[in-house]
Each structure stands twice: as structure tokens, then as C-alpha cells.
Design a binder for this molecule. Structure first.
Ligand SMILES: Cc1cc2nc3c(=O)[nH]c(=O)nc-3n(C[C@H](O)[C@H](O)[C@H](O)COP(=O)(O)OP(=O)(O)OC[C@H]3O[C@@H](n4cnc5c(N)ncnc54)[C@H](O)[C@@H]3O)c2cc1C
Length: 435
């Protein structure tokens, strides 16, 4: 049956939180082995991807941690589609396609070490109002239900929108087929502007450019913006010119961060995430080259998706909350809009959405600056008041959110109940929300 393998990871990606016991961690290498495991063991099962999610809903201490480790992860690819196993990383998919002049029809997230099934599970996304989230590029999903029965569901299938953001609670995903398109070059215009300009013109930037990402340095109320458009759009850029206007704000941010992290070392990962913006320039490249630039560091990350048409009001309220709070953010607010998604549980379900992202870096001993979590609570309350809903793979406190406002919330619960009546794949904390 399943193999107990003793070098399986038992913590989250950055080894700050224990997720599973070593002797309760098993590996399966294909759908048959996974089906056998599901049928023969009676434990609760938590499938692990690359463990990049915030740990709250992905621990396996009450059951068995299941690692899918396929021998071959890319099963087929042509000009239109790619078929991979659930444990294939997003990086492997993008790299395979780029070598062939192809790509997925969405921007990559800032890191691509996640598995495709795990990234789907929490609603992973990037930015671009002409695209949804990763889940919207998926054409079919093969999964095992809680009885060990293998199913294939295609886009358009009755419960497809549930599987598109499954929370690990609908079974074990063995294989997926994703849509593929031609890879092409883009130009990234970078500039720094005022918070007033952001609040007035954010939607204008999104109408005129394909992919917009902005970093809002709320202490100074200045915004660093990347407007990215097709290289064929006729927009000209100047990659040789360097801009120094953001440098003083970066210095101030790094100083504040150093004080909070109790470290003067500017080479540690959290400081490098700020330092990379010094002397910025416009660039050309494909979307992977432009956007896959994350520097992973131990952190509490949080993202709240607010309807894009409430952006101005939400940004105003956020600004007030941050100004009135006794606590301070040590990283800019990251703004990433996407188009509507068909994933039932996504904050972006059926609505263009602006994702407001927040990062609180952890100190070397794992602690965070005093009041950070309280501040994240104040922020969630403010954004939830604008119909904000959380990213499922990041930190959130469910008390702030009205999940039932999602029009397919009850449908998701019904699908979950049908596929897994005993809650074998249901994390106990998620059970409080979706049982
Ligand atoms: C540094 C960092 C950067 C990030 N950048 C972004 C970003 O740019 N955009 C964004 O949207 N998010 C981002 N995230 C969040 C990340 O994309 C999600 O947490 C994602 O779900 C992680 O995928 P994973 O493979 O690590 O899955 P895990 O965290 O291991 O698991 C996620 C969920 O999927 C389930 N699961 C995993 N594999 C399977 C399977 N085969 N079958 C069924 N269920 C399964 C798990 O049980 C769990 O419920 C970031 C996180 C970090 C820490």
C-alpha cells in the first residue's frame, strides 16, 4: 500500500511551522496508489503540495499527510493544451511551455514553486483585468473522491467551479489539463506617483494596460506602478533610463523594516524585496521575465479581494485605518487587479477584483513586530466592509468575512458533502466554515 518515507517534509515551506508528524506522512506516486490509500486507510487525509499556504488550514496533525510524487509530471503538451500531474510545479509548466514558444494565458504569480493542484486549491492569481485567476486556465481536472473513485470533470461540467478552488477538501487531484497560448513580449512602463493619482486613476490605468501592478507606500502616500502592455501595442519605453525618485522612500522603508525586524542587515530577503526597486527602469520581456520576481521570506501574508468598482472607496478607508492605527506596515500594500473568475469560492468570482496584499515579515526568531496581527485585523474589517473576501492560501481571520455572500457558497458545500460525506479531506478548522 502507501509507502512511509522518512525524508518527507513535515513543515511549511520555510520550516517555521510543523504541519505533520514524520510517521504519519505518506507518499503516493500515481492515481492507483492514491485510490488504494484512500480506500484502505480510515484517517483524515490532508494532501500536501509545496506547502506555501499559510499553515492554518493545511496541517495534518489530526490525520495523515499525503504527498503526491509522480515519476513524470508533464504528461502531454501541444500548441493548445498541457496535461500535468497535480504535483507538477507552476515553474515546470511555464518553463516547459516557454521552451516551445508557448505559455499559459495568464500572468505568473510572483513565485512559481507551488504545485498546480495546490495553487488551484487556494485561488492563486496574478494581475490583469483581461484574465481571471490560475483556475480559469484549467480545462479538465482528474480527482479521486473520498471513496477512492476517480473522476474527470471538464470545464462546463456541473461542479467544475467547485473543483477550480477546492481547498483540498474535495478529494485528491491527480491530473489537470490547462489551456495554452502563444508566448509573446510585453513592455513594462514603471513610474512613481501620488496616492491621490492612485485613488483617482487606478481603473484608468487598468483600462489602458493589460497587466497593472502597484506598490502603495502608505506612510508616504506614494505609489510605484508597473503598467505592462503587449510589445505590439506601439507603446515605447526607455529601458536605459534609470529613475531615482523612489529611492528616498525605499531608504525610509528599509530603515523602518530594519527596526521592526531588529536587524541592520540589508542583504536579508525581506530587505532585498524592497531594495530591488532602487534605480528602477522600464523593461521588455515576456510575462514570466517581468513578473516572476518574488524573493520568498518567512512572512505573514494576507490578501483581500475587493470588487474593482469599490476600489476608490476601499482605498480611502484603508488609508484612514492605517493613519489611525497605533501600528505601522513595514512593506507597501501590493495592488493586483484581475478579471472575473469562474471559481465559486474565489473573491474574484463573477466580478473584476482588486486584490489588496499585505506582508508582515518575520524576524529570525519567527516573531513579528508588535501589533502587526492586530493591524491586519483592522485592515480586514475595513476591506470586508467593501465586500472584500480573503485569499484562501494566505492569512485571514474568518470572523471578518461574509462568505455566504458568494452566490455559489451553498453549492460548494453541497458538492463537498457529495464527494466527501465524512469529511475525510476536510480540515477541522475549515469544517467550521464549509461543513
Ligand atoms: C512567498 C509566497 C509567494 C506567494 N505568491 C503568490 C502570488 O503571487 N499569488 C497568489 O495568488 N498566491 C501566492 N502565494 C500563495 C500560494 O500561491 C498558495 O498558498 C498556493 O496554494 C500554494 O501552493 P502549494 O503547492 O504550496 O500548495 P499547499 O500550500 O501545499 O496546499 C494548498 C491547498 O491545496 C491542497 N492540495 C495540494 N495538493 C493537492 C492535490 N494534489 N489534490 C488535492 N488538494 C491538494 C492542500 O491540501 C491545501 O488545501 C504565495 C505564497 C508565498 C509563501
Amino acid at each position: 500500500m502507501q509507502r512511509i518515507v522518512h525524508d518527507l517534509p513535515t513543515t511549511n515551506w520555510c520550516a517555521t511551522t510543523s504541519l505533520a508528524a514524520e510517521d504519519r506522512s505518506v507518499v503516493v506516486s500515481n492515481a492507483d496508489e492514491a485510490a488504494q490509500l484512500i480506500r484502505e486507510c480510515d484517517s483524515r487525509l490532508q494532501t500536501f503540495g509545496a506547502r506555501f499556504s499559510y499553515p492554518t488550514y493545511v496541517t495534518a496533525h489530526d490525520g495523515l499527510a499525503v504527498h503526491l510524487r509522480s515519476e513524470q509530471q508533464i504528461l502531454a503538451s501541444d500548441d493548445e493544451t498541457i496535461t500535468v500531474t497535480g504535483d507538477c510545479t507552476l515553474g515546470a509548466i511555464w518553463d516547459h511551455l516557454r521552451d516551445r514558444g508557448r505559455t499559459l494565458p495568464i500572468c505568473p504569480p510572483v513565485i512559481t514553486q507551488q504545485t498546480v493542484a495546490g495553487a488551484l486549491g487556494t485561488g492563486t492569481h496574478a494581475q490583469g483585468t483581461g484574465e481571471g485567476i490560475l483556475a480559469d486556465t484549467v480545462l479538465s481536472i482528474d480527482y479521486l473522491d473520498a471513496a477512492g473513485q476517480l473522476h474527470r470533470i471538464e470545464r462546463g461540467g456541473e461542479a467544475f467551479g467547485a473543483l477550480q478552488l477546492h481547498l483540498g477538501a474535495l478529494g485528491l487531484i491527480t491530473q489537470l489539463t490547462l489551456q495554452v497560448t502563444t508566448n509573446s513580449d510585453y513592455v513594462a512602463q514603471k513610474y512613481t506617483t501620488s496616492g491621490d493619482d492612485l485613488r483617482q486613476n487606478f481603473r484608468v490605468w487598468n483600462e489602458r494596460s493589460d497587466h497593472v501592478k502597484a506598490w502603495w507606500f502608505t506612510e508616504e502616500d506614494r505609489v510605484h506602478v508597473w503598467e505592462v502592455s503587449s510589445a505590439d501595442s506601439g507603446i515605447t519605453i526607455d529601458p536605459s533610463g534609470t529613475h531615482t525618485d523612489l529611492n528616498p522612500i525605499l531608504q525610509a522603508t528599509q530603515q523602518r523594516m530594519g527596526a521592526e525586524l531588529r536587524s541592520d542587515d540589508r542583504t536579508i530577503a525581506p530587505q532585498r524585496t524592497v531594495g530591488r526597486f532602487y534605480d528602477y527602469s522600464d523593461v521588455t520581456g515576456d510575462l514570466v521575465e517581468i513578473f516572476r520576481n518574488g524573493i520568498p521570506a518567512p512572512q505573514i501574508n494576507m490578501e483581500v479581494g475587493v470588487p474593482l468598482d469599490r476600489f476608490e472607496a476601499a482605498a480611502d478607508d484603508l488609508r484612514r485605518v492605517l493613519a489611525d492605527s497605533a501600528y505601522r506596515l513595514h512593506y507597501p500594500v501590493i495592488l493586483r487587479p484581475t478579471g472575473p473568475s469562474s471559481a465559486w469560492l474565489a473573491a474574484a468570482y463573477d466580478r473584476p477584483t482588486c486584490w489588496f496584499g499585505f506582508v508582515v515579515y518575520q524576524r529570525a526568531d519567527g516573531s513579528v513586530a508588535d501589533g502587526s496581527v492586530e493591524l491586519l485585523g483592522e485592515i480586514q474589517a475595513a476591506l470586508a466592509a467593501h465586500e472584500g473576501l480573503p485569499h484562501w492560501g494566505k492569512y485571514f481571520d474568518p470572523v471578518h468575512y461574509d462568505f455566504a455572500a458568494l452566490s455559489r457558497w451553498e453549492d460548494f458545500k453541497a458538492v463537498r458533502h457529495r464527494l466527501d460525506p465524512r469529511g475525510r479531506f476536510l480540515h477541522p478548522r475549515l469544517a467550521n466554515l464549509i461543513a
